[in-house]
Design a protein around this ligand. Structure first.
Ligand code: TRP
Length: 334
């Protein structure tokens, strides 16, 4: 990791089946950031506890997500890839920051409102303070930039507010993080309703391509994608289903939309869908194979998990010690 570079922090939750949207929209872009930034990528397992998890399944998923990071090409020597729960400083700082966050601010979070409506039977306090744990994740590493999707911008905003509030009392303790503005990932929409984002929690399994789908399933889902009845090959907002297919095709192949439109001119939607299926398979299949390879080497993965957690631990605790000292908590006597 390059310690002279600015710090970049991001992470994903180990719940639900990650989709092609998560890969093309986020993971794929994380790969190349290591040359420019000191990058930390967490597997956000503490955040996942706001929803009840099956212990054995959960443990497996967390490990699988870290494996996926590596299989996607994020080098665990050049980046810090770790499980959030391996670094206790996250939970510790979250508690401290809870005391610098107002109920009113948290009640205004749109994700809290959405999620508490969706899980009305389990509106736990963790769901409410979720953004504070996320603030702790980001602030512990003196993060400069955070690549996040539109849906997480409000969480980044509250992180900045909490950090500024803390700094205004205790001096410059935290770096104030900015949203990462750079090459942003493609926004992939549902294959069944192109007005909605492709989501891991969609009830219709044909709406999303999961990263673990086998080639035939991928081809079948692409074939069934909703398009339109215009029967013209074009890349425009008026044909959102087709536009989404082109976005997927272009992100997988590296072609521009102009090139892709020219390539399929005069052909039917069926041919385009077939080509999209093949393009997706050619990206996902090798990644799945790499995942299986990495997962089979238990001692390698254990070593990566341990070494990366140690590095994260070290950086996080530098900040945590400073915070505790500033607010007047007693230091452990030597
Ligand atoms: N809340 C994020 C999501 O659901 C995951 C997350 C947790 C995160 N902590 C973070 C993302 C810190 C970026 C930075 O997508």
């Amino acid at each position: 990791m390059n310690k002279d570079h600015k710090v970049l922090y991001s992470g994903m939750q180990a719940t639900g089946n990650l989709t092609l949207g998560n890969y093309l929209g986020a993971l794929k872009n994380w790969v190349s950031l290591a040359d420019e930034y000191e990058c930390y990528y967490g597997v956000m397992d503490l955040h996942s506890l706001t929803v009840r998890q099956d212990p054995a399944e959960f443990r497996k998923r967390a490990r699988a997500l870290l494996t996926l990071y590596i299989a996607a090409g994020i080098d665990p020597e050049k980046n810090c890839l770790y499980l959030q729960s391996s670094v206790p400083a996250h939970a510790e700082l979250a508690w401290i920051l809870d005391c610098f966050t107002y109920m009113g601010e948290l009640s205004r979070m749109t994700q809290f409102k959405d999620k508490s409506a969706k899980h009305a039977d389990n509106v736990n306090a963790g769901l409410f303070t979720y953004p504070v744990l996320m603030a702790a994740d980001i602030l512990l590493y003196q993060t400069d930039v955070v690549p996040v999707g539109q849906d997480q911008l409000q969480h980044l905003e509250i992180t900045r507010d909490i950090a500024q509030r803390f700094n205004s009392i205790y001096g410059d303790v935290f770096t104030i993080p900015e949203p990462y503005i750079g090459k942003v990932g493609a926004k992939i929409m549902s294959l069944q309703d192109p007005s909605k984002k492709m989501s891991k929690s969609d009830e219709n399994p044909n709406a999303s391509i999961y990263l673990m789908d086998d080639p035939d399933t991928i081809r079948r889902k692409c074939k069934r994608a909703i398009t339109d009845s215009e029967a013209t090959i074009a890349y425009r907002d008026e044909q959102p289903g087709l536009k989404n297919l082109f976005d997927i095709y272009c992100t997988c192949t590296g072609k521009t939309s102009e090139e892709a439109v020219a390539e399929f001119q005069g052909q039917g939607y069926g041919q385009l869908k077939e080509a999209v299926g093949e393009a997706v398979v050619s990206i996902l299949k090798p990644m799945q194979d790499r995942m299986a390879e990495i997962a089979a080497d238990k001692s390698y993965l254990d070593k990566v998990i341990k070494e990366n957690a140690e590095r994260a631990y070290y950086s996080a605790n530098k900040t945590l010690r400073k915070v505790k000292k500033k607010i007047g908590l007693t230091e452990m006597p030597r």
